[in-house]
Design a binder for this molecule. Structure first.
Ligand SMILES: C[S@@+](CC[C@H](N)C(=O)[O-])C[C@H]1O[C@@H](n2cnc3c(N)ncnc32)[C@H](O)[C@@H]1O
Length: 216
């Protein structure tokens, strides 16, 4: 997704890491889910966790921006697109662009969102993502948000311009944004759209927050 901030283009799709750089904490969390839930991976990037997700679920929907899903790039060791990789390798699964998500209305038992909040320099988009999650989650489902609540890597960004939850930084590949969203901010964002926290915990520099839809 491209964001336009004060005359700069921020290419959020470039923040996605390859499958060779999985977080073992995230992967371990996903691996022990046993009840074959339907899963939506919000901001799936380059399918870093797709192999684990398709083992725990026969129906996984991968959501990212149009540009991230359709551009040709290295995806799990193949030169292809995320969309095509999903079509070719994962029966019963699909990919949907964020730009078309409003037309999608299937419900999911589990929505995962790993390291996405830190990559989005736009408050309205963050709000919109939480609204979609609320709309697409089953009443007895849960979302799991994983984000960095502090980062040693963040020091580099602090020389940039303060923006939203972090900084805009001008580097060799243009302007990038990196936000560090803490526990209070994640819970405030979820609470604003009628989510209730189930639990949260830290592993290394990552914050895990599980939440469900508030009962009315
Ligand atoms: C740091 S990457 C994380 C990717 C993946 N979740 C992972 O853990 O490897 C952030 C991802 O958020 C995606 N993204 C940015 N804005 C988005 C939006 N509005 N809707 C869906 N995905 C978005 C970017 O394209 C990028 O793939």
């Amino acid at each position: 997704m491209r964001y336009y901030i004060e005359g700069n283009e921020v290419r959020a799709e470039n923040t996605a890491k390859p499958y060779t750089q999985k977080s073992s904490a995230v992967n371990d969390y996903l691996k022990i889910i046993v009840d074959d839930p339907s899963v939506l991976d919000f901001g799936c990037g380059k399918l870093r966790y797709s192999d684990t997700l398709v083992k725990i679920s026969s129906r996984v929907t991968f959501v990212d921006s149009e540009v991230q899903l359709n551009r040709t790039q290295a995806v799990r060791g193949e030169l292809t697109s995320v969309k095509k990789y999903v079509e070719d390798n994962y029966d019963g699964c699909c990919s949907i662009a964020y730009e078309n998500l409003a037309k999608h209305d299937e419900k999911y038992k589990l929505i995962i969102c790993t390291n996405v909040l830190s990559a989005i320099p736009c408050k309205n988009t963050l709000d919109d993502i939480v609204v979609h999650m609320h709309r697409l989650l089953m009443q007895n489902g849960r979302v799991i948000i994983v984000n960095q609540y502090r980062s040693s890597y963040f020091k580099k960004y602090e020389s940039g311009v303060k923006w939203l939850y972090g900084y805009l930084h001008r580097g060799l590949r243009g302007v990038t944004y990196y936000g560090v969203v803490d526990k209070i901010q994640v819970e405030a964002l979820l609470g604003k759209y009628n989510f209730v926290k189930i639990r949260s915990w830290y592993v290394g520099e990552s914050l895990f927050t599980e939440a469900r839809v508030a009962l009315v």
